[in-house]
Design a binder for this molecule. Structure first.
Ligand SMILES: *Cc1c(COP(=O)(O)O)cnc(C)c1O
Length: 392
């Protein structure tokens, strides 16, 4: 309670905040707003004593399919499993190549490598942080099977180009939409454009559960059928193993909680987008837009701002300065995947993807959650401004 009160305290406009006043993400505030509905949903599941898949999961699958604009949605245990299951259903095998970004969460490339397929990286676009579609074709070989665009931070990848190149080379498209539920590319829901869309309900995503959860979306009824079998050990009927599957199911408790939250998602997204606009105005007001790059928001895209990630000179120093003044930030991501030990066998070295490497040195994500107040945002930007005024 005390933490909550502190977290929501509004700062005077001119004050130098000197205590932990702003959380990076305020899930307690979100819970406070919908507490009764969530408790009802949890109680409903406990009274039913039906915990694995079942009617709550069926209902959430229908609701997410409609929300994203696809024929089918299949719940599973996490976003990482969604990526894995999508590739299993499509038939990605050892020696196949899947083209993706090196500037992403480990599970993107990890899911490819887990199937003994090869992650093939394409460098990112410095403005969007998404892979540079102009470099895609050069990465295609006779072993290429799929392209895996990541809609990083909630900004859609250039799906026109991805889909055209995929069609031309007969490749599947697996959208890593973990950070982008509700985002749109030219009015089409992210997760509805590729062969499959993969979503995560990790608590810090825009639609977060009370633990792990994930979902795969598709318009292909056969793929949907395979996904439903693969998530339950490959068995359509109990103990009749048609496919080599895994155990990756969505819990009824998670589904019931997510069904409540899904009804608020568009409101929360509007809050994130409003806060992004406020940051843009504040950065301009404080004359910071010359020094740092703000997230780009192309007209083709409806950005859902899972993160508001800026590029900041002297990033690490700035992060420490903000931390000391009660303003938490995060670095997504400190290192590109091609130099991580788990991917050393791919034989890459520093310098292979310079844009991704530069992003890792410069990127800084600021609090952007919907409950953030104007005064809190002003405190963030004012403190950044003071840091740069001090000089190096
Ligand atoms: C969160 C995330 C995942 C994995 O989702 P989990 O539910 O945590 O397994 C995959 N890709 C990206 C880009 C993510 O942000």
């Amino acid at each position: 309670m005390a933490f909550d009160a502190l977290a929501r305290a509004e700062l005077p406009v001119s004050a130098e905040p000197s205590f932990a006043s702003i959380p990076f993400l305020d899930l307690k505030a979100q819970f406070g707003d919908i507490r009764d509905e969530l408790l009802d949903a949890v109680t409903r599941v406990l009274e039913s004593q039906h915990f694995i898949l079942g009617p709550e999961v069926d209902a959430l699958e229908r609701e997410v399919a409609e929300y994203v604009g696809v024929g089918f949605a299949i719940g599973c245990a996490s976003g990482s499993d969604a990526l894995l299951l999508a590739q299993m259903a499509i038939g990605i095998e050892s020696e196949d190549e899947v083209i993706t970004s090196p500037f992403t969460f480990g599970a993107t490339a990890g899911s490819i490598a887990r199937l003994k397929a090869r992650p093939v990286f394409v460098d990112i676009h410095p403005d969007t942080f998404n892979f540079d579609e102009r470099q895609l074709e050069a990465a295609i070989t006779s072993r290429s099977r799929a392209i895996m665009p990541v809609h990083l931070f909630g900004l859609p990848a250039n799906m026109d180009d991805v889909l055209e190149i995929a069609r031309k080379h007969h490749l599947a498209v697996i959208e890593d939409a973990a950070q982008a539920i509700g985002a749109r590319w030219k009015e089409k829901g992210i997760g509805s454009l590729g062969t499959c869309g993969c979503f995560s309900f990790f608590p810090s995503k825009n639609l977060g559960g009370a633990g792990d959860g994930g979902m795969i979306t598709t318009n292909d009824p056969q793929l949907a059928q395979r996904l439903r079998i693969l998530r339950v050990h490959g068995a359509r009927k109990k103990y009749r193993y048609e496919l080599l599957g895994i155990n990756s199911r969505l819990d009824a408790l998670q589904a019931a909680i997510l069904r409540v939250k899904l009804q608020y998602l568009d409101n929360w997204t509007e809050g994130r987008r409003r806060n992004a606009e406020t940051y843009r105005e504040l950065f301009a007001e404080y004359h910071l837009t010359e020094q740092m790059a703000l997230p780009c928001a192309p007209e083709t895209s409806f950005h859902v701002y899972n993160q508001f990630s800026i590029r900041a000179p002297r990033r690490d120093e700035l992060q420490g300065y903000l931390r000391d003044r009660g303003i938490p930030t995060e670095v997504y991501y400190p290192s590109p995947l091609h130099v991580e030990p788990a991917f050393a066998y791919l034989g890459h070295r520093i310098g292979d993807f310079p844009n991704a490497e530069a992003a890792c040195r410069e990127v800084l994500s600021l609090p952007i959650y919907p409950e953030l107040t104007l005064d809190q945002q002003r405190a963030v930007v004012a403190t950044i401004s003071r840091f740069y005024q001090r000089g190096p």
